[in-house]
Design a protein around this ligand. Structure first.
Ligand code: SF4
Length: 232
């Protein structure tokens, strides 16, 4: 396995950019909205999580309304996003926690904190782990914190950036230390796109992949085909 280095990440990012175009940041949501949206995105696809967020905001246009509502009403609003009986109590607990501690339904103060402290604050909230915290800090606060979701973890292992037995939490630490700050947004977004269209969990389309020359999974596959006795 070749070590992940900032130079290697730059080369991979350049190849992905050439294939898919530049990843341009969108207008950021307020951090609390971004956090609730990221909770809704856990274990579901982008379309269902977006739809759940829209239905939640339609039912409760202001966060104080959701905080005062029964968990069952929140669960019913976000049903389309899946795991609603888990996500609804988390959302309510987060809203109440933030309000009890800060006196308002806002996490805007995170933007003024150093990234490590902001991540630690978020990780103390119910249902918030390193990936969710990193998504909020990257997308809503513009901080160079690299989120490792299921696509990023899978592709990083296949490329040989991290060992295949590493957990998502370990991957956060390793990749967070080597992805250059100016590429955190781009590399994250491009890897997710790559994971959706090319390096899928089941059947990665290696023959068409722009990263195949840098990919451990591909090299191992080619080598195993060349082995004597291999009939493929
Ligand atoms: S070569 Fe295959 S396994 Fe490697 S990144 Fe590309 S699609 Fe994924």
């Amino acid at each position: 396995m070749s070590k992940p280095t900032p130079q290697r990440i730059r080369r991979l990012n350049a190849l992905l950019e050439r294939a898919y175009g530049r990843a341009e940041p969108c207008a950021p949501y307020p951090p609390l909205d971004s956090l609730i949206g990221t909770i809704l995105s856990q274990n579901t696809n982008a379309a269902n999580s977006r739809e759940g967020y829209c239905r939640l905001k339609k039912r409760f246009p202001r966060w104080e309304q959701a905080a005062a509502a029964p968990v069952s009403a929140i669960a019913s609003a976000i049903r389309v996003s899946g795991l609603s009986n888990t996500k609804a109590p988390r959302i309510k607990a987060i809203l109440r926690h933030v309000h009890a501690e800060r006196g308002r339904y806002s996490l805007a103060f995170l933007r003024k904190m150093p990234p490590v402290e902001a991540a630690a604050y978020l990780c103390r909230l119910p249902g918030v782990g390193p990936k969710t915290a990193a998504c909020v800090l990257l997308f809503s606060c513009g901080m160079p914190v690299f989120p490792v979701d299921t696509h990023v973890l899978r592709i990083s292992k296949r490329l040989g950036l991290i060992h295949r037995r590493k957990s998502a939490e370990e991957a956060h630490k390793i990749l967070g230390g080597v992805v250059p700050e100016d590429l955190v947004y781009s590399f994250h977004v491009l890897l997710i796109h790559h994971g959706r269209v090319m390096c899928r969990a089941g059947r990665p389309a290696c023959e068409r992949c722009v990263l195949r020359r840098s990919c451990k999974y591909y090299r191992d596959k080619v080598r195993s085909k060349k082995r004597p006795g291999s009939n493929t």
